[in-house]
Design a protein around this ligand. Structure first.
Ligand code: FRU
Length: 483
């Protein structure tokens, strides 16, 4: 039995459970022939509280199983008030999860572990802290990221330091049990990264992509007063246990991506999922009964010039269903190119000037715009009119795009839009159309002249999610969504 979600904003091709709050992807690991994707999850409601680790796994990034909750806070234990973020590693026949033990009665979230010997179906928490001592000068401390290197293991922990530097702290271990603190792998006072945006006072969820002596640190910028801000990346190389970094850059140019996490795939790819939070009023979130989603899995590469490039995982092409738009031409005004469902994958080439409009209400009053700004050499995504509901956030967001002919891929899934450029730049944004699909795709010329366009769009097939527990109990396929 397949049930399409009744909530028009609930995604069908992005991972999340049908209800309740989620945030960061956690515990990403390939083990026993499966990609394991856990996530911060509140099984009791749509607000950030009672953090558990929810758990999906997939053999192919297309068919997902929902596994039982991986981590649950232990009453009275070190993680009594939440199992916060971290990652997992595959170590022979076991998986080990490293996570931040949250208690409201202490400022830090020290590292603890849990282990699974049945391929991630059940987990045994260690109960005690793995690293009880906290480094001097830290004022924030959480989110371990562990990887295998040479014959041993290394770990980064996100931190803020009392003197105003943010830091990713390095530890090393031969056996995953005894960990030696090595000092900051990278630290730094806030540095500008874009107009009005810097690298911040604290780094959460450090992630380390590395290959052939080069690397990139992905960091989630956290402010002691404002909380999560943005994600940044430093490319560089390691020297003597320190990361020598070039200039920082934004990892994503949209407003709604945070806490991205890496999964080293067995074929050598680095895969990434991020948390895309809500961009609507909390009252609306309560009514909806859910918050947050995980981005599409992305392939991340480190280019020769030090830029970090993202594109949707190649497997996702298999989610393309009916092709509903195939259109090429030149317009001096507005050309209607066709219609799409509420979840679609679109590719476009635009010869300046103008842009695309996704019209989501019959009267044309509700739309998401993607426009070329030839003077600035940027692509502008404008969600000021993307919802007729005033409880949705607006704003315009810009991603550098200096090329004369603009190519883009846009994946929309009900309330999330992920924009990918050939440069590897991305822009992730939430929007909340009130009009039902089919929606209309238009090409619109700009004031500067005509627009040449080539556009294709495919409706997305929902990915399949099954619940392992129900399947094992012989119940009908408890697909949350289905083809
Ligand atoms: C990032 C974060 C992490 C923390 C978790 C708690 O979004 O704040 O630093 O471990 O979420 O849910």
């Amino acid at each position: 039995m397949s049930v399409l979600p009744a909530d028009p904003h609930l995604p069908v091709a992005h991972l999340r459970p049908p209800r309740n709050w989620i945030n960061d992807p956690n515990g990403l690991a390939f083990h026993d022939g499966h990609y394991h994707v856990c996530f911060q999850y509140n099984p009791y409601g749509s607000e950030h509280a009672h953090m558990h680790w929810g758990h999906f796994r997939s053999p192919d990034l297309l068919t997902w199983e929902e596994l039982p909750l991986a981590l649950t806070p232990t009453p009275g234990g070190e993680d009594a008030d939440g199992c916060f973020s971290g990652n997992a590693v595959s170590d022979g026949d076991r998986m080990v999860a490293f996570y931040s033990a949250f208690r409201t009665d202490r400022w830090a979230q020290p590292v603890t572990t849990a282990e699974s010997r049945d391929n991630g179906v059940t987990w045994t928490p260690r109960g005690s802290l793995l690293i009880p001592e906290l480094p001097e000068g830290a004022t924030m401390y959480r989110d371990p990221y562990v990887w295998r290197e040479g014959g041993g293991w290394r770990m980064l922990v996100g931190s803020a330091l009392a003197d105003g530097r943010a830091a990713a702290l390095l530890y090393e271990s031969a056996d995953l049990e005894q960990w030696e603190y090595k000092g900051p792998f990278l630290d730094g006072a806030p540095q500008p990264v874009a107009p009005g945006a810097d690298t911040g006072l604290g780094w959460e969820c450090p992630q380390y992509l590395h290959a052939d002596g080069r690397g990139a640190l992905l960091l989630s910028v956290w402010d002691p007063e404002l909380g999560p801000r943005r994600t940044v990346v430093y490319a560089g190389r390691e020297h003597d246990g320190r990361f020598l970094a070039g200039a920082p850059a934004l990892l994503d140019h949209g407003p709604d991506l945070y806490a991205p996490a890496l999964l080293p795939a067995p074929d050598g790819r680095w895969l990434l999922w991020g948390w895309s939070w809500e961009a609507r009023d909390p009252q609306w979130v309560r009514e909806a009964g859910w918050a947050g989603l995980l981005t599409l899995p992305r392939e991340v590469t480190l280019a020769e010039d030090g830029s970090v490039r993202q594109r949707p995982a190649a497997e996702l092409l298999a989610l393309r269903g009916e092709r509903t738009v195939t259109s090429a031409g030149v317009t001096a005004g507005t050309a209607v190119l066709g219609t799409v469902g509420a979840s679609f994958d679109l590719t476009a080439r635009l010869e300046r000037a103008g842009g695309l409009r996704l019209v989501t209400s019959a009267d044309g009053a509700e739309y998401l715009d993607i426009r070329v700004d030839p003077t600035a050499g940027e692509l502008v995504v404008d969600r000021d009119h993307a919802s007729l509901d005033p409880r949705a956030q607006g704003g315009t967001y810009r991603v550098p795009c200096p090329e004369a002919s603009v190519e883009l891929r846009l994946v929309v899934d009900r309330s999330v839009a992920e924009l990918y450029l050939p440069s590897g730049r991305t822009l992730t944004l939430r929007f909340y159309p009130t009009g039902g699909a089919p929606w209309r795709i238009e090409a619109r010329a700009g004031d500067e002249g005509g627009l040449g366009y080539t556009v294709s769009a495919w409706n997305l097939r929902p990915h399949t999610v099954r619940c392992l527990a129900d399947a094992a109990a012989g119940l009908t396929d408890a697909g949350l969504v289905g083809p």
